[in-house]
Ligand binder design. Structure first.
Ligand code: XMP
Length: 534
């Protein structure tokens, strides 16, 4: 497959491969926690998807040439003044649209139907009665288990619409206007509790929108490499910043493939990495013949900048800016003779989404370190995997020949242990956490539990507590152990860790790590928690 060009509209990208524009489904985000799940489901079907703010203009949407549009759910009621709307022109584009929950209600409201407060709210699993012969439920049963979460109901359909499914409390559980290619569902097909949700989304994407399945990781490898060659030119060099995680490693490997020795990979040792992390990554790479990684130690600088900084967002910004300064310093010191024009970063799709403010209805969760860039920067940024989810990055890494040991390492955040040390970051606290975390990782690996977990780590809490060791009172630090199961970090559940293993880890940490007298295991899901603590 040959990559031709890549056209950017705002921050979004149309991929053109072999002269053909890759199909795309646009998701307009009305502030739903599930917008990402919709995007995932569409990609899992084999079609590219992009999330845009709900008020993206018709011109912005048209530039992406989407095969279909999905309106996500959201926390508002369409009857509340100031609640979000889509640009009215989208309903006249002739592009198929599927409204989900709030998305259905907004479609109805904007097309002169009526939405009212439901007498009984429906939350959780319900069975809908499906009317036969409609495209959206093709291949589904006449009774389907779906997942609802709504307080409003569509009570009058706009002209040209008809109901295609109902429950006892909701006449318009699904609706269609075939002539105008407009569809709506009151439930959430994107969550796994909706038994045939994937089928319903696939019916919309493949049958109604007629989007070809052209989103494949294997072809993406070649397109990305060709695109990088084109973007970077023949003489320019690129500095690739490695953080010790999978994303930046895949980014570096893509760049080496694309421009060879003109890609210079440097791992900034912030002093906030896991115990021996910098050396381990270097050794693993050397083992497979990749000896291009250089380690630049700047721990004193990072520690100094973080002195007395407790606020999580401040920590993230300081680290993001210090990274850039250190990269620039490295270029001036070690790579002066090269024409370094670009800085490549391993930013992935969820980083962009969580750092962005998609609309005033959706909160910014946290500023990912590589998106907290200083305004004045000498290097231009390249982000070759900015459209991918984590599991897609791993698949891409596999297609690049990177070994399992490196790819299947748990994700590690750029700001490192600074966002796992709640409160002040000091040299002593870094050491305490590194020692506790190393024991935790060692036990997970030797027991075989590591590979069953999506991400695990220890964090240091900003409280001291009372204990007793020997016959003496202690007043020392508390370590929390986190381990989550997830697919792409957008949602996560706590890992059901064997009790015996937890007990062994806790005993070892308390016996072997100076200054720690208590260990707790975190049983919070995401949402409402996040995976990291800050
Ligand atoms: P949260 O805490 O948002 O984390 O649930 C989701 C995933 O993102 C990782 N993470 C980061 N990765 N830079 C990164 O490279 C960051 O600033 C950052 N913050 C969170 C986190 O480890 C988890 O895998």
């Amino acid at each position: 497959m040959r990559y031709d060009r890549c056209s950017r509209t705002q921050n979004f990208v149309i991929l053109i491969v072999g002269g053909i524009v890759l199909a795309m489904i646009v998701i307009l985000n009305f502030g739903s926690q599930f917008a990402h799940l919709i995007a995932r489901r569409v990609r899992d079907i084999g079609v590219h998807s992009e999330i845009l703010p709900h008020n993206a203009t018709v011109a912005q949407i048209k530039k992406l040439n989407p095969s279909g549009i999905i309106l996500s759910g959201g926390p508002d009621s369409v009857n509340t003044s100031g609640s979000p709307r889509a640009s009215i022109g989208i309903y006249k584009l002739g592009i198929p649209i599927l409204g989900i929950c709030y998305g259905q209600q907004v479609m109805v409201h904007q097309n002169r139907g009526k939405v009212t407060k439901a007498e009984t709210h429906e939350y959780g699993k319900e069975t809908i009665q499906v009317k036969c012969n409609n495209k959206l439920f093709k291949g589904c049963n006449s009774k389907e288990v779906v997942w609802f979460s709504h307080g409003d109901n569509v009570t009058r359909l706009p002209k040209g619409f008809k109901s295609i499914a109902n429950t006892s409390g909701c006449n318009n559980a699904a609706i269609e206007n075939v002539q105008k290619h407009l569809y709506g569902v009151q439930f959430h097909p994107e969550v796994t509790h909706t038994v045939h949700g994937k089928k319903i989304i696939s019916n919309f994407v493949l049958d109604i929108c007629k989007a070809p399945k052209d989103w494949q990781i294997s072809s993406l490898r070649d397109t990305t490499i060709s695109h990088l060659r084109e973007q970077i030119g023949k003489d320019e060099h690129v500095l690739v910043g490695l953080s010790g995680g999978v994303d930046s490693l895949v980014t570096a490997t893509l760049l080496r493939e694309a421009i060879g020795e003109r890609a210079h990979a440097v791992l900034i040792d912030t002093g906030l990495l896991r115990k021996n992390e910098a050396n381990e990554v270097k050794e693993e790479l050397q083992k497979i013949g990749l000896d291009w990684l250089k380690v630049h130690s700047s721990s004193a600088i990072f520690m100094n900048k973080l002195k007395n900084v407790k606020d999580p967002e401040k920590k993230r910004k300081i680290i993001g800016h210090t990274f850039i300064k250190e990269f620039e310093k490295y270029v001036n010191k070690r790579l002066k003779r090269h024409n370094i024009v670009y800085l490549a970063q391993g930013t992935i799709y969820p980083d962009r989404i969580e750092s962005a403010e998609p609309s005033k209805n959706t909160a910014k969760i946290k500023s990912h370190h590589n998106l907290s860039l200083p305004e004045k920067m000498h290097l231009k940024v390249v982000e070759p995997i900015r459209d991918l989810y984590k599991d897609e990055v791993r698949k891409l890494g596999r297609s690049l020949g990177l070994p399992k040991e490196l790819l299947d390492r748990h994700p590690f955040p750029g700001p490192g242990l600074a966002i796992r040390i709640l409160g002040n970051v000091t040299k002593q606290r870094v050491k305490t956490l590194q020692d506790a975390d190393a024991i935790y990782m060692e036990e997970l690996r030797t027991s075989g539990e590591y590979d069953k977990i999506w991400q695990a780590f220890a964090a240091l809490l900003p409280v001291k507590c009372v204990g007793v060791m020997g016959d003496a009172r202690t007043y020392e630090d508390m370590i929390t152990l986190r381990a989550v199961d997830s697919v792409d970090a957008m949602t996560a559940d706590w890992h059901d860790m064997p009790r015996v293993l937890l007990s062994k880890i806790s005993t070892r940490i308390i016996n072997e790590v100076r200054g720690v007298n208590r260990v707790v295991y975190d049983i919070t899901q995401k949402p409402p928690g996040t995976i990291e603590y800050e």
